[in-house]
Design a protein around this ligand. Structure first.
Ligand SMILES: *Cc1c(COP(=O)(O)O)cnc(C)c1O
Length: 391
């Protein structure tokens, strides 16, 4: 694409042309899948200077470059590192920026395994880990300490979708010299670009919408120019990068992410509206519903919503939740989300220490897939009936 075209192009257009220039590889539309360890140098001086584009496969290949380039285009980042899972994309930046004696602030509604890493490995290494409720907002200023080195955000929060003002919190963190990381998996960079809201490192489970087909696990961290070198150094010291086939699958998935996400968004909103106020449903937790507590914060900052939301059953406990789940035929019972198929589960919320857990009844999380929405509606109606019959 010409530079002029690139500046005016929409996000989907830019995404389709990001990361790989066909003429660089014989005109093939897609990048090569390079399986490699060794890269040869033409002579000893070239080897000493390591001036060529590729020097060793751990440090980069044309396949990894293609995906990193596409993600940099989407996130507006200076550099991206790829890691073998979304969770590794959480743990590596935390390890990169934190040292013994540092203080870390983490939003309470964070992805559960992120919390296990913070409470486990980080505490063992002497990092002081403190949680804050998303609702604290700019009150986070009072939690900053001289040794606060990092603030970890996720918005909306996992399973219950708590929102926060990302830029306001990030500015306070920067004022105290802390680096700001954000897990941006729910929105994807199509609906939220953290680096435009003062975040330093944007984290993705590429396993979800970017992969999109439930057949690959991968993670990414996209960083500002200032934060990237330290992140990249940690990745190289730890010796972790993406495998070529996995990087290729995600690069391929990205091409259709805008159309898939448009469908996920519309179908999920349609079902969320339908569920709201229905017999047996106490509340629907979806940031794009005007009834949702964090709706205004979502509307001001995000340009769209994805296919993951929760509903709160009106009364009951585990028996009703399990009757609901077992009555589903199209929604599969399984972890993860962002693939083509609909999924449901009852999330564990018992690790929250500061965020109120919905009291009306059990929470059911839904990932709305690409099936015909009317079929999904019938499936949910059947499940609500089964939950009611289990009382
Ligand atoms: C799934 C998920 C992750 C972890 O991704 P994996 O690839 O499954 O390790 C991280 N953050 C959030 C918000 C997630 O939903």
């Amino acid at each position: 694409m010409s530079t002029e075209n690139k500046e005016t192009a929409g996000r989907a257009t830019r995404l389709l042309h990001a990361g790989h220039e066909p003429k660089v590889f014989h005109g093939f539309v897609n990048p090569p899948i390079v399986h490699a360890s060794t890269v040869l140098f033409p002579n000893a001086a070239a080897m000493r200077e390591r001036g060529q584009a590729y020097t060793y496969a751990l440090r980069g290949t044309p396949t990894l470059d293609a995906l990193e380039g596409a993600l940099n285009e989407l996130e507006g980042s200076a550099g991206t590192v790829l890691l073998p899972s979304g969770l590794a994309a959480v743990s590596v930046p935390l390890l990169a920026f934190l040292s013994s004696g540092d203080h870390l602030l983490v939003v309470d509604s964070v992805y559960g395994p992120t919390r296990i890493f913070c409470d486990g490995m980080l505490r063992r290494m002497g990092v002081e880990v403190e949680y804050f409720a998303a609702s604290l907002g700019t009150g986070i200023a009072a939690r900053m300490r001289p040794n606060t080195r990092a603030v970890f955000l996720e918005a909306p929060g996992s399973n219950t979708f708590e929102m926060l003002d990302v830029k306001a919190v990030a500015e306070i963190a920067h004022g105290a010299n802390a680096v700001v990381m954000m897990d941006n998996t729910w929105a994807t960079p199509l609906f939220f670009r953290p680096l435009e809201h003062e975040v330093d490192l944007s984290i993705h489970a590429l396993t979800k919408y970017p992969g999109g087909h439930s057949d690959v696990m991968l993670g990414s961290v996209s960083a500002t120019r200032e934060a990237f070198p330290r992140l990249r150094a940690a990745q190289m010291q730890m010796g972790i990068n993406a495998a070529p086939d996995d990087a290729y699958l995600v690069f391929r998935g990205l091409k259709t992410m805008p159309v898939r996400l448009a469908h996920h968004q519309a179908a999920a909103l349609d079902l969320a509206h339908w569920l709201e106020g229905r017999e047996g449903v106490a509340r629907v937790l979806h940031p794009a519903l005007p009834s949702f507590e964090g709706h205004e914060l979502w509307r001001r900052q995000f340009s769209g919503s994805s296919g993951l939301f929760s509903l709160v059953l009106d009364g009951g406990g585990r028996a009703q939740a399990e009757a609901f789940l077992d009555a589903l035929e199209l929604f599969g019972l399984g972890y993860s989300w962002g693939g083509f198929e609909s999924l449901a589960l009852q999330p564990s919320l018992s690790d929250r220490t500061l965020t109120p857990v919905p009291a009306e009844g059990p929470v059911i999380r839904l990932q709305v897939g690409l099936e015909d929405p009317e079929d999904l509606r019938r499936d949910l109606a059947r499940a609500l009936e089964a939950a009611a019959n289990a009382r």
